[in-house]
Design a protein around this ligand. Structure first.
Ligand SMILES: Nc1ncnc2c1ncn2[C@@H]1O[C@H](COP(=O)(O)OP(=O)(O)OP(=O)(O)O)[C@@H](O)[C@H]1O
Length: 308
């Protein structure tokens, strides 16, 4: 099916192995269509952010990919297998980071990870040794210093890192992160972003994340897929989306103490001409292309206008 109005701008990782392949996915609850023909893919090692307003269908899509929800129609392949009929061996190859692990508060961090890791040992292969050795895992998520601490004594940020450690203890090839940094302070958020980068660097893990934090999506994702009212309205890197949609760049400067602002499709010739005419009189020059938030707002408003 062709998605009318969707921007298909290609992937940032050309030619990689397809870890997720979704074609014409549909989901209906009663008489209500929640997903109306969703198609996208993700390649090995890619970080893909699924964005969209409340109720757009992100959780439904992810739960179908995780094999927790049966779809109404369409083709879905995750690690080459249909999640609707996948078994334990497949499940051991995917990781899900749930919102804060609250049980086992009395367990010590290392013991808990060691215990959960034993589940994955039967699924070890020559290529991927499972589970992740506990000390390496603690190092990757930055919890080495807390290894012998009880879970209930961890700070919010440390607990979230433990959630991630639990999600990846089986060394998943594909990791699902649902709004991973809600409630984080800026330092914890930055640490978490470093962790995501380390995961893709160290283990070539493919990551599918949902977030309402557009700054986070821009920083983390190789590719952004925007879902609105059950349809994909954009698919590409943050840069590609902003170039395609935003069009104009804003240029600000001052001259003789007076402020100026101008919008141009291509800022370079404008700035060149500005300097040719006024040279050293120009100060405080700022060139600002629309960021992901501007692009997102524009796309979602257009899509909502179209369905109204
Ligand atoms: N079990 C269900 N039965 C009926 N309707 C459902 C069910 N689960 C979800 N929905 C509806 O499907 C739509 C999509 O929900 P979904 O949770 O997938 O959206 P979302 O994009 O994840 O939203 P949010 O950003 O708020 O988490 C919503 O209108 C929701 O009310």
């Amino acid at each position: 099916m062709t998605l009318t109005g969707a921007l298909d701008l290609g992937t940032g990782v050309p030619g990689g192995e397809r870890v997720i392949d979704v074609r014409d996915l549909r989901m209906r609850y009663g008489a209500k269509d929640v997903l109306s023909g969703v198609s996208f893919d993700a390649r090995r090692g890619e970080v893909l952010a699924l964005l969209g307003p409340n109720g757009a269908g992100k959780t439904t899509t992810i739960e179908i990919l995780e094999g927790f929800r049966m779809r109404s129609a369409g083709e879905v392949s995750v690690l080459g297998i249909d999640p609707a009929s996948a078994g334990e061996r497949w499940r051991a190859r995917i990781g899900v980071v749930l919102q804060s692990w609250r049980d086992h508060g009395k367990w010590r961090v290392r013991e808990l990870l060691k215990h959960l890791g034993t589940y994955f040992a039967p699924y070890s292969t020559d290529r991927i040794r499972r589970p992740w050795p506990v000390d390496d895992l603690l190092d990757v998520v930055g919890l080495t210093a807390q290894a012998d601490q009880r879970v209930m004594r961890l700070s919010g940020g440390q607990r979230r890192r433990l959630d991630v450690a639990i999600g990846i203890v089986g060394r998943p090839e594909l990791l699902f992160l649902d709004e991973p940094t809600v409630g984080f302070d800026p330092a914890a958020r930055r640490e978490f972003h470093d962790l995501v980068h380390r995961l893709t660097d160290v283990d070539d893990t493919t990551i599918l994340l949902t977030t309402h934090d557009l700054d986070e999506a821009e920083k983390l994702a190789d590719r952004i897929v925007i879902l609105a009212a059950g349809r994909i309205i954009a698919d590409g890197s943050a840069d590609q989306l902003s170039r395609q949609v935003a069009g104009e760049t804003e240029i600000r400067w001052t001259r003789d103490g007076q402020r100026f602002v101008h919008s141009a499709v291509d800022a370079t010739p404008f700035v060149r001409e500005l300097f040719r005419q006024y040279g050293e009189d120009i100060a405080d020059l700022e060139v600002r292309r629309n960021n992901l938030e501007d692009t997102y707002m524009k796309l979602v408003l257009e899509a909502e206008g179209g369905t109204r």
